[in-house]
Design a protein around this ligand. Structure first.
Ligand SMILES: [Zn+2]
Ligand SMILES: [Zn+2]
Length: 419
């Protein structure tokens, strides 16, 4: 049975935990922005070498791949992302990041990718040292630049597919704001597709006292923002889900100058291609219509960026993982609600033509979470990913993430489960 073999492998967890917790604190205190993960990549490569892996560095510039070849059998790919965010940490932890880069931008592991890296290194170490329990190939992918949506693609473009060859299943996990010690799986669309858009609206500048000489882009932008609120409310079917947020609106410099343009930054989240194209088309139609209504002297400009693919978990793969999780974790395994966040992980299995699943692990102290739940204050009291206060508890978060990866991998790799 795969879970029995996984339990045998996880007997080594006590020894792994000894370095894992310090490793995690060190990563947390030294976060790196997307595409700059050089220190992190170096530490990862060194650990992989210690574990006896074949190590490939510089895949997608700062990405690292570790491979354990252990005879005939399935090939399992596990992925962790390594990058941090431009956030000033306010957790008050003894190992909090105080790091800023040269231009003063603060950096923090506010999304918990340091948890992912540490857990995957732990699992790889455990599997590598217990090779008698399994056979096949284990591929550990340490991906840069998830937060800019282009790290997975960068690894693919730099030859990941040729490097890892045929892969039977790809898996990844994320630490999320629910009780630590718990794991959650979900078949089907699990993380949204995301699109960011920069819209430039053109007006005609003039003196603030002479609006008759102007086409005011501030008023135009305000109308656009209000009218965009009707897209989800009036154009998306009630059973479908979408989010449209205007995250930034910028125009002008001075109270008595009507500026000549305004720039909006939008973010869109959807769970299927039809809704995605409906929302994007509606945005463009509304913006063009409002520009026309204002007498805008120039066509608006649209630029899409930070586009994330849909994470649509394979039903069979997810079922197999959910089964071993239920057996291993008991009532600590459950269902993951659909998430409005996004991930570029699926770019890797897409490129490999491999089915995949992506699950969540809790990172919040279980008592704290239960108290917030009881008070109906989870949304107010529990800091979420990307918040300056997001602080996963080290345990049982690291143990759970390490166990989850090992148990899931063994659902394919355990000797008794081949054939
Ligand atoms: Zn994030
Ligand atoms: Zn993340």
């Amino acid at each position: 049975m795969p879970v029995g073999a996984a339990r045998a492998i996880l007997r080594g967890l006590d020894a792994v935990r000894v370095w894992q917790e310090d490793f995690y604190r060190d990563l947390h205190a030294h976060p790196e922005l997307p595409h700059q993960e050089r220190r992190t990549a170096g530490l990862v490569a060194a650990r992989l070498r210690d574990a006896g892996c074949e190590v490939h560095e510089g895949v997608g510039d700062t990405g690292v791949v570790g491979i354990v070849r252990n005879g005939a059998g399935p090939s399992v790919l596990l992925r962790a992302d390594m990058d941090a965010l431009p956030v000033r940490e306010e957790t008050g932890l003894s190992y909090a990041s105080t790091r800023t880069i040269d231009d003063g931008t603060p950096v923090m592991h506010a999304c918990g990718h340091d948890v992912h890296v540490t857990c995957l290194l732990g699992s790889v170490t455990l599997l590598a040292q217990s090779s008698e329990q399994w056979s096949g190939t284990l591929v550990a992918v340490f991906q840069p630049a998830e937060e800019t949506a282009d790290g997975a693609r960068a690894m693919v473009e730099s030859g990941l597919v040729d490097l890892v060859g045929q892969v039977d299943v790809a898996m990844a996990q994320h630490v999320l704001p629910f009780a630590a010690g718990r794991v959650g799986t979900r078949p089907g669309p699990t993380l949204s597709a995301a699109d960011s858009m920069r819209i430039t609206l053109h007006g005609r500048g003039a003196h603030g006292s002479m609006p008759q000489a102007a086409v005011d882009p501030v008023v135009l932008a305000a109308s656009v923002v209000v009218r965009l609120q009707t897209v989800v409310a009036r154009e998306v079917a009630p059973g479908d889900t979408a989010v449209l947020t205007v995250g930034s609106i910028q125009a002008g410099t001075k109270s008595n100058v009507i500026p000549d343009h305004a720039v909006l930054l939008l973010n869109v989240r959807t769970y299927d291609e039809h809704t995605r194209s409906t929302v994007l088309a509606a945005i463009e139609r509304i913006v063009r219509g409002e520009c026309e209504a204002s007498g805008s002297p120039k066509e608006p400009e649209f630029a899409l960026f930070d586009r994330y693919p849909l994470t649509d978990n394979d039903t069979d793969v997810t079922g197999r993982v959910a089964d071993v999780f239920a057996e291993f974790f008991g009532d600590r395994a459950g269902e993951l609600p659909q998430q409005s966040a996004s991930e570029d992980f699926s770019d890797i299995p897409h490129a490999l033509g491999t089915p995949y699943t992506y699950w969540g692990i809790g990172g919040i102290d279980a008592d704290t979470f239960r108290a917030a739940e009881k008070a109906g204050r989870v949304a107010q009291d529990i800091p979420v990913n990307h918040s300056a206060s997001f602080a996963p508890v080290i345990q049982p978060t690291l143990d759970t993430g390490t166990q989850a990866l090992a148990v899931a991998a063994m659902a394919w790799l355990a000797r008794s489960s081949t054939g």
